[in-house]
Design a protein around this ligand. Structure first.
Ligand code: CR1
Length: 836
């Protein structure tokens, strides 16, 4: 039975519910102090940006208090910590999420209201922190939120890029890129730590030293040095004191100036050198699931792991423990192979600088690191040319060769005489030049390797690294299915639905315990709940329709089915198939009589996503989408029955508007290619229904919510290789409906067909590697099924409720607890709440 307050005590609660005037006063005071003192503005020289700054700085003071208390507590308790190393953190905006985490949104709103500012307007002033490409970077951000919320002692480490992911503009239907100078207007969410800096060496030479007793050691000397300066981004847990830190490194020149050069009259060259140091952290590489072997990228990787390890080791050394304790105090997670140089770097520090034996050092290294693989795409697996590493990091190259030698000796011992196996498993890939296979180095140097969804983890074991599974007898490999933070991806981005869920469940504790959503199942058939549920969905669709109109001038109807595909543009994600399906629908609609057309379910098809700037085919897909939209949206016979919109510059804050508004979202990668996907989870959590392939986390979502509540189609992962094989050796039998669609493109229905020739060719002479033709018929059928289902309003509402109700498993809190217990072996370290 629920506890009810005795009526005579209610006034006590009321007093606590309505923020005290003194609190509001305190907020206004700190706001005005920052506005007038930090930013030197006055009542007569203010705008929304100024009030955003004042609010952010006032909140930042609270964050810093909590951060300090947390750090002091951790220093006292000295728990085992996890270090999450990632080249990407896609944080998005911070103001709204901090207000919610600190539980002060309502009171800030009141305080600002009284001063004549609207909080909603201020939130829109913030620029996204977009230090990532897509899923991998956003996953890191969700994981930081969960680590903080669950009271874990954790640190994120990465790079403070001066330019985040580029801004996408659509010009004449084509993607164009503009630099994202996100720091131009200052960044309230970071604390510059000029007191925390480390030197990082590149190039130079390795000195071999023979001691008197005959032992040999190596010293890495010379070369050039740059300095890594820390910038700290506090991450508050939701409703807890724990406030953890993402430490981002920025490169600075090691010496202020080369005076010798200056005196030689070579002033410009001296300044040039300084610039080249700063270049290291200048720009995020804009490739998702694709490696580009640029030396500057390798420099970024070493720069950040080198500074990070120095920082972690300094913290460890403060406690005067023996080195053998290191793996029991420190766990280091590699977010993909990008930070893998941390493995030879720690080995180098331990043997060259700390004087440990190779074996003792290697034992520590392999007990410290663990590695997450995020992709099976061959073009994304990192391989670095040996000469490149040799030049930039000569000592590391020696160590990698030694790691490989000792490893292959063990393989030889276990499988004597199996030369082909040695070749397959070697960290060094033979060829001209030789390459370092970073994933192999990461596997060999880690105690645990995980994939990011059940299917993906199986593919890793059976298809990508089977030799390693055999060698380690299955002991290293495991799965941790990805998750998303319900704070940002429901509570914050969909306040109406969040409030309604809280009302129905009688408490807001689901925000920290997503298991509770299961109780929503009881309401799936409740007509009143269904009505309210769909009314909220409609509100969110109106919000998106308004946004679309403001950006593209296209008028869309909130009563149409919102069918959304937003993610990086990539051939394996098959946005191409989606737009071909749209053309198919358009051609069909054109053949109908007006009466028949009036019976169709009106559909809005939304696309958004960036293409890597050098990815020609992906950029053509964007052009085709816009060209199709141009024709369809201006066809008076079609009207609202079909609209096609490409929303430019997809990013985290746009996702927060788009995701709550979907009826259907598409996750249609060729089976076996999408490691997990995480936006699929966000859509379903917000009551959207997936139309997708049997791939990545779609599969587990289907298991949780029930197959009636998801539209699956297409071939299964284990069929793909055979079909590809046949495609290579037989003429592809093009699906007849697809042939019609291609004919329409080739007739010039959507503008100059020449433009699209290379794109169409991927399906014909290109061999249709992603099996669009094979899946087309079942894709169209699934789309038709979704139209039918949408006509049944009650049935749809029920599906939508069951979607949200079934998503408990996909909280990043569950993922993080799994990592903590099974991989990192860390425990919560709860900070006493001396401040609220
Ligand atoms: C995968 O493509 C997954 C994220 C996060 C991406 C996507 O399916 O959800 O990682 N992989 O795990 C990636 O970026 C470099 O690889």
């Amino acid at each position: 039975p629920r506890w009810l307050p005795p009526p005579e005590t209610l006034h006590l609660w009321k007093e606590f519910e309505t923020p005290e005037p003194a609190e509001i006063k305190a907020i206004q005071k700190s706001f005005l102090r920052h506005v007038t003192k930090t930013f030197a503005r006055t009542a007569f020289n203010m705008d929304n940006f100024g009030s955003y700054q004042g609010t952010a700085y006032s909140l930042r003071d609270r964050l810093i208090d909590k951060w300090n208390i947390t750090q002091q507590h951790h220093t006292r308790e000295d728990p085992k910590r996890v270090y999450y190393l990632s080249l990407e953190f896609l944080l998005g905006r911070s103001l709204d999420s901090c207000l919610l985490s600190l539980g002060v949104k309502d009171i800030y709103k009141k305080a600002l209201d009284e001063l004549g500012f609207r909080l909603e307007d201020l939130i829109g002033e913030e620029v996204d922190a977009a230090l990532g490409n897509g899923g991998l970077g956003r996953l890191a951000a969700c994981y930081m939120d969960s680590l903080a919320t669950l009271d874990y002692p954790a640190w994120g480490y990465g790079i403070r890029y001066n330019y985040g992911i580029f801004k996408q503009l659509i010009v004449d239907g084509y993607q164009t890129e503009f630099p994202d100078y996100w720091l131009n207007f200052g960044n309230p969410w970071e604390i510059e730590r000029l007191d925390v800096s480390y030197e990082v060496r590149f190039r130079g030479y390795v000195n071999k030293v023979t001691e008197e007793d005959g032992t040999i050691s190596y010293v890495w000397e010379g070369g050039e040095k740059v300095v890594a300066v820390a910038y700290d981004v506090p991450i508050p847990g939701y409703g807890t004191m724990n406030t953890i830190n993402i430490r981002l490194w920025s490169a600075k020149p090691a010496r202020e100036f080369d005076f010798a050069m200056f005196n030689d009259g070579n002033y410009e060259k001296a300044v040039e050198e300084q610039k080249s140091a700063e270049n290291i952290t200048s720009v995020l590489y804009p490739n998702d699931n694709h490696m580009v072997g640029k030396i500057l990228r390798l420099k970024q990787q070493y720069f950040f792991v080198c500074a990070t390890l120095q920082d972690a080791i300094r913290r460890f050394k403060k406690t005067n423990r023996p080195w053998s304790d290191f793996p029991y105090q420190v766990s280091i997670q590699l977010n993909d192979t990008h930070p893998t140089l941390g493995i030879p770097e720690l080995q180098r520090i331990l043997i060259d600088e700390e004087g440990l034996s190779w074996d003792d050092a290697w034992d520590i290294v392999t007990k410290t690191f663990s590695f997450t693989n995020h992709t099976v795409l061959p073009e994304a697996l990192e391989r670095w040319a040996v000469p490149l590493i040799q030049d930039l990091l000569p000592r590391h190259m020696m160590i990698i060769f030694d790691i490989n030698l000792f490893f292959l000796q063990k393989v030889e011992k276990k499988f004597p005489g199996d030369r082909d196996r040695l070749r397959r498993m070697s960290i060094i890939e033979e060829g001209h030049p030789q390459n370092v296979r970073m994933a192999f180095l990461a596997i060999v140097g880690s105690h645990t390797v995980n994939g990011v969804a059940a299917l993906h983890s199986n593919l890793i074991k059976n298809d990508i690294f089977p030799d390693f599974v055999e060698f380690y007898e299955g002991n290293k490999f495991t799965n941790v299915t990805n998750g998303i933070t319900p704070r940002r991806w429901l509570h914050q981005c969909n306040p109406a639905l969040s409030d309604f869920i809280t009302q129905k469940l009688g408490s807001d504790s689901w925000v920290k315990d997503l298991e509770q959503l299961k109780k929503l199942k009881e309401f799936a058939d409740d007509a009143a709940v269904q009505k309210q549920w769909m009314a909220i969905k409609r509100q969110n669709k109106v919000r998106l329709a308004d946004y679309i109109h403001s950006i593209t001038s296209i008028q869309v109807s909130p009563d149409s089915l919102f069918d959304i595909q937003v993610k990086r543009i990539h051939e394996y994600k098959r946005q191409f198939m989606n737009i071909l399906g749209v053309i198919h629908r358009y051609l069909r609609l054109k053949k109908l009589t007006p009466e028949q057309r009036a019976k169709e379910v009106p559909r809005l098809v939304v696309f958004a996503g960036k293409s890597a700037p050098g990815y020609f085919i992906a950029k053509l897909v964007i052009k085709l989408i816009n060209s199709v939209g141009e024709v369809v949206n201006n066809d008076p016979e079609i009207g609202d029955i079909l609209k096609v919109v490409f929303i430019p510059n997809y990013n985290v804050s746009l996702a927060e508007i788009i995701i709550p508004a979907s009826d259907i979202s598409q996750h249609i990668s060729t089976a076996g290619t999408e490691a997990s996907g995480t936006s699929n989870m966000k859509f379903v959590l917000n009551g959207g229904i997936i139309l997708g392939t049997v791939d990545g986390a779609n599969i587990e979502i289907g298991e949780e919510i029930g197959e009636d509540n998801i539209f699956f189609f297409g071939v299964k992962a284990d069929e793909v290789e055979d079909i590809r094989h046949l495609n290579r050796y037989r003429k592809i039998e093009m699906d007849p409906d697809l042939r019609n669609v291609l004919d329409a493109i080739e007739r010039g229905t959507f503008g100059d067909p020449k433009i699209f020739e290379p794109l169409v060719a991927t399906l014909t002479v290109g061999g249709d590697y992603y099996l669009i033709s094979k899946d087309f018929a079942s894709y169209i059928e699934a789309q038709a099924d979704s139209d039918e289902a949408y006509k049944d309003k009650v049935g749809w509402a029920k599906k939508s409720i069951l979607c949200t109700a079934g998503m408990s498993k996909f909280s990043s809190d569950r993922s993080i607890n799994e990592y903590a217990e099974r991989i990192w072996k860390i425990k919560p370290c709860t900070v006493p709440a001396t401040l609220n």
